[in-house]
Structures are given as C-alpha cells and as structure tokens.
Design a binder for this molecule. Structure first.
Ligand code: HGY
Ligand code: MN
Ligand code: MN
Length: 413
C-alpha cells in the first residue's frame, strides 16, 4: 500500500469555489435541496468526476454515484459519500467537506496513477438536511429501504411543493432503482458540528455511531381575534400555548441531561398579524439521545405536555411523530481502517458518537459504514459562521485517503 498524500490547497480551493453556489453575504451557503442552486452544484459534480474518468449513475430519488474502476471488478466498490445540500443558513463545510474530501481522494489517485483493488464510488446523497423536505437523510433513507420512493415523492415543503415535483424540475430523477447501485462499504468525512474535538485538541473523531433522533409536528389551534377589544379572559391564544410547549420541550431535554437534546426549531404563527390574536401555530420538535429507551421516556413526557398544556388554555392540538431514526453503531472493520488511517497520518484522535444525523446512519443498515470527524470552530454548525481550518480539512481528507487504502488492502485479502 503506497503512501499517497492529498493536495490540501486543491481541496481548499474546491471548497471555496463551490461555496459560491448559493453563497450568502455572511459567508455561508443557502443551497436548499432540489433547487436550481442544487442543480448547479450537481452539474458541477458530474462534470468534475467525469473529468476524472468516472461514470455517473443517478437513482430515482436523485442520489448520485460516481464510479472509479479498480483492478478487480469482482470486488464491490468502496464508497465515499456525503451531501451537497445545505441548511438555509448553512456553512461551507457541512456535507460538502465529505463530498469534496472524497473528490480529493480520487484526484490524488489519478495524479499518482494509483489503482485501488476495489472500485471506488463517490456519492452525493439527496436531501440530507431535511430542512426543505422532512425528514432528514431522505435520499439515503430511500436507498437503504427505510422509506419508499412514493413516500419521498409526496413529501412537501412549507410552500406545498412536493419532493417529486422539485426533483423532476431540476432534471435529476435518475433511472436507477433506489438501492440498485451497490457498494461494499461507505466512509463519510464530516465536520463534528459539536465542541468536543476542539475542546480536547483532537484532530480526528473516530465515529463509532450516531445517536437516536425523533421529529414531531404539532398544530395548536385557538381563535383569531382582535388584540385591542378582546378581554384577556375571552382569548384562545394559540401562540401562548405554543410558547408553553416550547418551554416544555426544553424542560424535557434538561430532565434527561446531560445527553438529551430537545429543540423547537420551526414555528409558523397564523395569521401572523401584529393586531390579531394568533388562532393557529404550527411547530416542530427535534429530540435526540444516544439511548432509544430514553427517547421513549422523552416521548411519553411530550405526550403529557401535548395533552395538558393546550387543554389548560382552552386550545386544541394535533400532533404526530414524523421521523424516528434509532441509534446506530458503525462497522468495526471500517472503524479500524479509520483508526489506522489517523495513526498513519499521526493525528490525535478520539472515539465519539455523532450528535448530528448523517447519511451514514441509514447507509449502515445496508453496508459496513463509518465516519471520520474533524473539528469546527466553537463546535458551531448550521450557522453561516461555520468554520473548519485549512489544516483540519486537509487532515480529514488525508485520513479518509489512508482509511480507504487500508480498507482496500484488507478486502483484497
Ligand atoms: O439533522 C441533522 O442532524 C442533520 O444535519 N440533517
Ligand atoms: Mn451534514
Ligand atoms: Mn446539516
């Protein structure tokens, strides 16, 4: 197995160049899934990997697979995957580092004329973020058989546009059946999106799994009325009920500290007029914990809050669970390849479980999978100020390359 070294400047230049597709004045990226900006970055992806001699397959939910042949076609490809879609106020690195880090691995191998035993496959998963179309990780979820295509196609955004219509509109509905493009393992490079690596001065996170995640939606109903002429005793203010539910979600998470997190991140107040008492509020709940049994207890507490808080204010409420992604453990052989890759590069490392969701969580259901983390400044992500340094990006891509070479040698026996 040769010592190959990535080109840190080329990686950084690609990160900065592609960040312009949806770049925001504050230095972030707003490149929502299945928008024209997503189409542009997908077009760039196809042109770039085809320029390296890869062949690109797109499946029926827009997942993109760039195949680089290896010496032995009898071996299943080793995949490197992540996502190119972003949050509305996303950063330059969330997801993108994983795809461009994989691209740098392919570019390095081409430069060095290096041929792996197994083919390699660079993957861009559709709608990892789940911001425009819930749930998150939808493309990799359909690939792994968690959702079917019809479910994905029917998911709609807050303007009523469906996933299927948006995918067709950008021209990235491929012909390959979801799950039909197979590989033998997947490695995902990603920023940690949390504070641990930076706080402990570690360069590499050896990710052993992903915590459990559950999303809920609730609609609280009261009655629109005049803010000036309606006595406080006659009001049915849906926003007061929603506010107390926000407080309840926060309390439930604190009650299951230190590992639990709970967030109301999206709220729509209707009619949202300054002199109308809100008659309806839509809100979302995001619960996470490494232990699914604790999530069960948090869900019971949420049900109690939904039962009691609106009723005490004379409000109605309808709520449901819209996503349940159980805790995931990654593959020991893949993890060993990452550990070996980080040791070979001489970077300090520590094991950790991912707080954020990733495509790797669903891909792990159908292929040996693991992740590599690098720090981000202050642990900040899903924020335009998200920042990972030149050296940290380079370290992640080098460890990714080393892990791929290590794993390739292992499977070639
Ligand atoms: O929600 C998540 O953790 C991921 O960023 N989609
Ligand atoms: Mn991500
Ligand atoms: Mn994200």
């Amino acid at each position: 197995m040769q010592n190959l070294s990535i080109d840190p400047q080329r990686l950084w230049d690609s990160l900065m160049e592609t960040a312009k597709v949806g770049g925001t004045p504050k230095g972030g990226i707003c490149r929502l899934t299945l928008t024209d900006l997503d189409r542009r970055i997908r077009d760039w992806f196809v042109a770039t990997v085809e320029g390296l001699g890869c062949t690109v397959t797109v499946d029926e939910v827009g997942n993109m697979f760039a195949l680089r042949p290896g010496r032995r076609a009898d071996l299943p490809p080793i995949a490197i995957g992540s996502h190119l879609d972003t949050q509305p106020t996303g950063g330059k690195f969330d997801g993108i580092l994983g795809v461009l880090g994989g691209l740098e691995v392919l570019r390095t191998m081409k430069d060095m004329g290096y041929e792996t035993n197994a083919p390699l496959m660079l993957v861009n998963w559709t709608n990892e973020e789940g911001s425009r179309f819930a749930p998150a990780m939808l493309g990799s979820g359909v690939y792994a058989g968690v959702f079917d295509r019809a479910y994905a196609d029917a998911r709609d955004d807050r303007q009523g546009v469906t996933f299927g219509a948006a995918l067709d509109a950008i021209g990235y509905r491929g012909t390959a059946k979801a799950g039909s493009v197979t590989f033998g393992a997947m490695f995902e490079l990603h920023i940690e999106q949390g504070p641990i690596l930076e706080a402990e001065s570690q360069t590499i996170g050896v990710v052993t799994g992903v915590q459990g995640m559950r999303w809920y939606e609730a609609t609280v109903t009261g009655r629109d009325a005049h803010t000036g002429s309606t006595p406080m005793t006659l009001r049915r203010n849906a926003l007061v009920g929603a506010a107390r539910l926000v407080e309840a979600v926060d309390r439930i998470a604190h009650d299951h500290a230190p590992a639990a997190v709970g967030t109301v991140g999206l709220m729509e107040v209707r009619p949202n007029s300054r002199n109308v008492i809100p008659g309806e509020v839509f809100l979302t709940v995001d619960f996470r914990h490494p232990d699914d049994a604790v999530l069960d207890r948090m869900e019971v507490a949420l049900a109690e809050a939904m039962r009691t808080i609106p009723a005490a204010l004379g409000l109605g409420v309808e709520w449901k669970k819209v996503w349940d992604s159980p805790a995931v453990r990654f593959d020991p052989d893949c993890i060993a390849a990452v550990r070996s890759g980080a040791a070979k590069a001489g970077f300090p490392m520590r094991d950790m479980v991912s707080g954020a969701g990733h495509d790797a969580a669903y891909v792990a259901r159908v292929a040996p999978t693991t992740m590599i983390f690098v720090p981000c400044a202050g642990g900040l992500s899903h924020n335009e100020a998200e920042s990972t340094s030149f050296d940290e990006c380079a370290a992640g891509a080098q460890v990714l390359l080393n892990a791929i070479l290590d794993y390739d040698a292992r499977i070639a026996g």
